[in-house]
Design a protein around this ligand. Structure first.
Ligand code: SD4
Length: 329
């Protein structure tokens, strides 16, 4: 949406508030609060994503600014990273499993709690788009492996080679030793989780990844699991995760964060508590990274991680910012 329209909306809303009659009862006060909430909702579309994915958030913002839905915004933002061969943790160019196969995980969730996911799917460039088709065109939430791939072909997706020369070269190098240890914040940590609120106050989210590099064949992390890698509750807000998925699954991280916001925590406080729960279960471990981001109904955002180095990007009418996240360590 053009800034002009925001201003127009805001003056109309302000005019509405000014002309509100004198409040005489509790009922009136409650009604006035609703007007205020509605006003806030319609004025501040915003998108937020894990890491510094400037092109992804720019795309999502383009959709929101044109008056598009948050569902389209998160899908199209995520697709930017899926198509980027230089991002070796998402979509085309993702690092393979230990057998040399690139397997992708993704999910998407809308304001009504509708959701779709694909797990361990090969040969399809945009798993988030297939996840959306699962959500919209099937009675199911998740499709996995060959079934997901077959479904994608039926929906018109093309078969592509996801393994780039670069990722293949690194995998062959890894095979020489098979002593793989991820480098925190560099390898394994470019998963995009993206959340958005549109001009109608509708919240949506998406998450897409090729998962942990050189994983066991068939391994699935948190990213396509609703509640773990992503959760949206339009009454409260949304959260998404990046990092070592096994730990996020164990705490149902994104659902936990949304529930913490329901209990009154800010997005920042909720993300911090989410990471603390994980660290409480991993007292002796400091060798892994997890980052959470969250947004609430008012458009307030937050992020928190285990290791320094995680950032998250926000994009709204106020501009786009790469925010350094506070960390547990
Ligand atoms: C996974 N959470 O498969 C993903 C990996 C990740 O940034 O987030 N990388 O466990």
């Amino acid at each position: 949406m053009q800034r002009r329209n925001f201003l127009k909306n805001s003056s109309a809303a302000a005019a509405g508030l000014i002309s509100t009659p004198l409040i005489t009862s509790c009922k009136d006060q409650a009604a006035a609060k609703i007007v205020e909430t509605e006003t806030t909702k319609t004025l501040h579309p915003i998108t937020i994503c894990t890491w510094n994915f400037e092109n992804a958030t720019a795309k999502a913002w383009e959709v929101l600014a044109a008056g598009g839905s948050s569902l389209d915004a998160v899908q199209q933002g995520a697709m930017v990273e899926e198509a980027d061969v230089n991002n070796q943790t998402v979509g085309v160019g993702g690092r393979p499993d230990r057998n040399g196969n690139v397997t992708l995980d993704a999910c998407i969730m809308d304001k009504d709690g509708n959701c779709g996911a694909v797990l361990c799917m090969q040969h399809i460039a945009s798993p988030v788009s297939v996840a959306r088709k699962v959500m919209e065109d099937t009675p199911h939430v998740m499709l996995a492996g060959r079934g997901a791939e077959q479904f994608a072909y039926e929906k018109g997706f093309k078969k592509v080679n996801l393994l780039t020369e670069q990722s293949k070269k690194e995998w062959l190098e890894w095979k020489k030793t098979s002593e793989y240890k991820p480098i925190i914040n560099i390898e394994n940590h470019d998963t995009i989780g993206i959340l958005a609120i549109d001009k109608n106050g509708a919240i949506s989210g998406a998450c897409t990844t090729s998962g942990m590099a050189y994983k066991y064949a068939g391994r699935v992390g948190d990213s396509p699991i609703i509640g773990a890698g992503l959760f949206v509750d339009n009454e409260i807000g949304a959260a998404t995760a990046t990092g070592v998925g096994e730990e996020v699954v164990r705490t149902v991280g994104s659902f936990l964060i949304v529930e913490l916001m329901r209990q009154g925590k800010s997005p920042q406080e909720a993300c911090e508590e989410g990471v603390k729960r994980i660290m409480a279960k991993n007292k002796d471990r400091t060798d892994f990274q997890i980052g959470f981001i969250a947004i609430n109904k008012k458009g307030e955002t937050g992020g928190y991680c285990i290791q320094p180095g995680f950032t998250y990007r926000t994009y709204s009418e106020d501009g786009h910012v790469n925010n350094p996240s506070k960390s547990f360590l």
